[in-house]
Design a protein around this ligand. Sequence first.
Ligand code: GUN
Ligand code: ZN
Length: 444
Amino acid sequence: MNLPVVGITTLVRGRLLSFITEPESADDRASYYYEDDGGLLVRDGIIEAVGDFKQVSASAGEDVEVIDHRPHLIMPGFIDAHAHMPQMQVIASYGAELLDWLNNYTFPAETEFSNAEHARRIAGHFLDTLVAHGTTTVAAYCSVHPASAEALFQAAMLREMRIVAGKVMMDRNAPGGLRDTPKSSYEDTKALIERWHGRGRLSYAITPRFAITSSPAQMEVAGALASEFPELHIQTHLSENRIEIDLANELYPDCGDYFGVYERYNLAGPKSLFGHAIHLSEREADAMSDSGSVAVFCPTSNLFLGSGLFDYQRYRKRGKPVRIATATDVGGGTNYSMLRTMDEGYKVIALSGEKLNPLAAFWQITLGNAKALSFERQIGALQRGHEADLVVLNARATPAMSIRAEKIETLAEELFLLQTLGDDRSVVETYLAGKAMKGKAVRD
Ligand code: GUN
Ligand code: ZN
């Protein structure tokens, strides 16, 4: 007998904030939607109605569970556009710049992901940790082992979490246990795409780690996969560190510059996410912009590894703006929180003499990153038909925040306090597809 599917309907109450366009200033009132006593009606993981609580409540009928988050702020869940699942035990490794950090800490840690049990354990912790910090979507790198991607997709499916992920392709300049081959990377990637891409909210990203660890033959393979599966994301690293750039140019002497390597192999485009992209020439910035490629700003990592200062405003304000996302880059990055990330981002931008207004910072980690990932029709806004991925924020989460909050008068000031002093303690709850998930044990 087929039983009718009974929808789960919830009415989430609180102060609603969602961006409509990129805010130009801290008082750009037209750039956002705000409801002081708002209601979000969620059915089967999708936002069905948004508005004034009393009106939404009246239209919702009787059998609705109300979850009252007043006086907290409800926003679309944060989006992290670049992080490494196998680096949970690498974060906070002392004293090295990029290439030594990879060789001394990262590659040994990633070698352990040949063990599927280890991969499953870390994958679960990774997603739960992101959720505890208010992040509801991540674009993630796995290790070279297909089992690591299996583990992450499985963990995301269990949590009904929207993620983009891929196993890294790397066939040189890495230890034996971490190298694939052009052929095996093609076959393994293709099998993972067929198994996981488009299942629920899961997306596969073709993931050549970076030019240093992929031979030209493997780059050809990555480009062939991109042609075969043009709807897929591509994620890689670009121009993070001066020594890395010199090495990339040495390894690919005929490509003109570092971004030229990815262009040569058909890896640039609107679904391509380039981690770091700090030291771009004008030619590279133009080429990124012309191709619609995304530069991913990873401030905590760029500072921690001493890589350099990403010039956010230079890329954003030039004649041909470069699309930008922001990300933690855990474990080069030093925190899972997108609040901590934007705090460091603000300081990096301040060093170039500019200020990122608080509304723009929160636009960036919600709708801005949704657009950068081409997911703006599914996530990034509190909007009818969008997936109900939410974060509930408390700007008075600690005694120090409470004291400071006494002097707050505007929404922009509240956001700036959250960004400057906030972390996972400010995240009261995180909803994935309408389900409250912060601190929930998820078993497989
Ligand atoms: N470049 C290539 N791999 C990595 C990585 O794992 N982290 C960072 N920050 N840069 C990289
Ligand atoms: Zn990275």
